[in-house]
Design a protein around this ligand. Structure first.
Ligand SMILES: Cc1ncc(COP(=O)(O)O)c(C=O)c1O
Length: 397
C-alpha cells in the first residue's frame, strides 16, 4: 500500500459513508427496479431518491438526471445522442470541441466525424489550455441552416488542472443556436456546479472521482436537447440509457455527490493552500521545471508540471519506490513513453513533452505528505536526468 497517494484525479477511495449507504442494495434490497413487486419497488424508490439528490446538487430537475456507467459513457451519450438525432432527422450535425479534451470526448468526436459525417471543428487553446471566447465565436460562424450544433468543452482539465469558464462558453453557444456540453468529471467536491445558473445543456460526471463507486456516473441532460440514445434496449432512464439499474452504484453516486458538494468550500480552501505550497516548493527546488495549466484558476488540489529532459514513466517509478503514488496526467500508463499530446498542444518542445508530472491532492493529503514530496522529488528528478544523460553519452556517435 502506498503511504502517500497523490493521484486523486485518477481515482479516489470509496468514502466509508458511501459504502454504508450502498451496502443494503447488494444483497438485501436487490430487486430489479422495473419489477412489479415489493423488492422492485424498494429499488425503484432508492433510485428515484438518488435522482432527486443528484438533481439538487447539480441545479437541474430530477428528470434531467440519467444514471450511466461512468464518465466515459456519459461523454459518449452526450455527443452521440444529438448526433444520432440529427442523422435520423436528416439534419447536418456540427460538433465544436477543443484540443485538450479527455479521450472520451476527443475519440468520440473523431468517430462521429468518420462514421456519421459530423462536421468537426476544433477550437485552439492558449498556453494554459483555455479556449478564447472569440475563437469559440469564430468556430460557431456559418453553421448550416436547419442543423444541430453541439459545443463540448471540458470544465476542469484532468491533466493540467485548468478551470475553464464554461458558463461563458454556454452563453456563446446559445447565442449561435448551439447546445453546450461540459465534461465536469474532475469538478465535484472542488468546483461549484449549477446547470441552471451556468446555462448548461449536458454535463458528465464519474462517481469514482468524488469518493463514490467505480463503474457509475451521471449524464445530466436537459429536456430541450435533441437526443436519440446510443444505448438502446428496454427503455430504462426514460429511453435515454438502457440497461438494468446498478442500484448500489446509483445510491452510492448520490451519497458521494451530496458529501462532496457539502464539503466543497472547506476542502477547496484546504487543498489550494497545500497545492500552492507544493507548486512553490517544486518550482524553487527543481531547475528546468514549469507549472502546466493556469497558475491561479486551477483545480484546488491539482499541481502539474513539465520537467525538461525527464521521462515521466521513470520518474513515476522512482517516486513509487519512495512510497509516493503520482501520475503523468495523460492517459498513458507507466512505461508508455509517448509524448503528452496535451503538452505538445500547449507549445512545449520535445525535451519537455515526455516529462509531465501530476500530483493531485485529496481528502487524505496532509501537510506532512507535501513536505515529504518536496523532500523526495528534487532528488528523484535529478536521478532520472542523470540516467538520461548517461544513456545519451553512452549512445554510439
Ligand atoms: C475529464 C475526464 N473525463 C472522463 C473521464 C472518464 O471517466 P471514467 O473513468 O468514469 O470512464 C475521466 C477519467 O479519467 C476524466 O478525468
Amino acid at each position: 500500500m502506498q503511504s502517500i497517494y497523490l493521484d486523486h484525479s485518477a481515482t479516489t477511495p470509496l468514502d466509508p459513508r458511501v459504502l454504508a449507504a450502498m451496502q443494503p442494495y447488494f444483497a438485501e434490497y436487490f430487486g430489479n427496479s422495473k419489477a412489479i413487486h415489493r423488492a422492485g419497488h424498494l429499488a425503484e424508490a432508492a433510485i428515484e431518491g438518488a435522482r432527486a439528490t443528484v438533481a439538487r446538487c447539480l441545479g437541474c430537475l430530477p428528470a434531467d438526471v440519467v444514471f450511466t456507467s461512468g464518465g466515459t459513457e456519459s461523454d459518449n451519450l452526450a455527443l452521440r445522442g444529438p448526433a444520432q438525432y440529427a442523422r435520423v432527422h436528416d439534419r447536418p450535425f456540427t460538433l465544436i470541441t477543443g484540443p485538450v479534451e479527455h479521450a472520451a470526448v476527443a475519440a468520440t468526436a473523431r468517430q462521429l466525424r468518420d462514421t456519421l459525417g459530423a462536421s468537426l471543428r476544433v477550437v485552439p487553446v492558449d498556453r494554459t489550455g483555455r479556449v478564447n471566447p472569440d475563437d469559440l465565436r469564430a468556430a460557431l460562424r456559418d453553421l448550416p441552416a436547419n442543423g444541430i450544433a453541439l459545443v463540448s468543452l471540458i470544465h476542469a482539465n484532468n491533466e493540467i488542472g485548468t478551470v475553464s469558464p464554461v458558463a461563458d462558453y454556454a452563453a456563446i453557444a446559445h447565442e449561435h443556436g448551439a447546445l453546450f456540453h461540459t465534461d465536469a468529471v474532475q469538478s465535484p467536491g472542488h468546483l461549484a456546479l449549477d446547470m441552471d445558473g451556468m446555462g448548461l445543456d449536458l454535463l458528465s460526471l464519474s462517481s469514482h472521482k468524488f469518493y463514490g463507486p467505480k463503474g457509475a456516473g451521471v449524464l445530466a441532460l436537459r429536456e430541450r436537447v435533441p437526443y436519440l440514445s446510443a444505448q438502446t434496449g428496454a427503455g430504462h432512464e426514460d429511453g435515454r440509457r438502457a440497461g438494468t439499474h446498478n442500484t448500489p452504484g446509483i445510491v452510492g453516486t448520490a451519497a458521494a455527490l451530496e458529501i462532496a458538494c457539502a464539503g466543497r468550500a472547506e476542502s477547496a480552501a484546504r487543498l489550494s493552500t497545500l497545492r500552492q505550497r507544493l507548486i512553490e516548493g517544486v518550482l524553487s527546488a527543481i531547475p528546468d521545471a514549469e507549472l502546466t495549466g493556469d497558475p491561479a484558476d486551477r483545480l484546488p488540489g491539482h499541481a502539474s508540471f513539465a520537467f525538461r529532459d525527464v521521462l515521466s514513466s521513470t520518474l513515476l517509478m522512482h517516486l513509487d519506490q519512495r512510497g509516493i503514488a503520482a501520475s503523468s496526467g495523460s492517459a498513458c500508463k507507466s512505461g508508455n513513453e509517448q509524448p503528452s499530446a496535451i503538452l505538445e498542444t500547449l507549445g512545449f518542445g520535445p525535451q519537455w513533452t515526455r516529462g509531465g508530472l501530476r500530483l493531485s491532492l485529496g481528502r487524505s493529503t496532509t501537510a506532512a505528505d507535501i513536505a515529504a514530496v518536496l523532500d523526495a522529488l528534487p532528488e528523484a528528478v535529478a536521478a532520472v536526468r542523470r540516467i538520461a544523460a548517461d544513456v545519451r553519452s553512452s549512445a554510439p556517435a
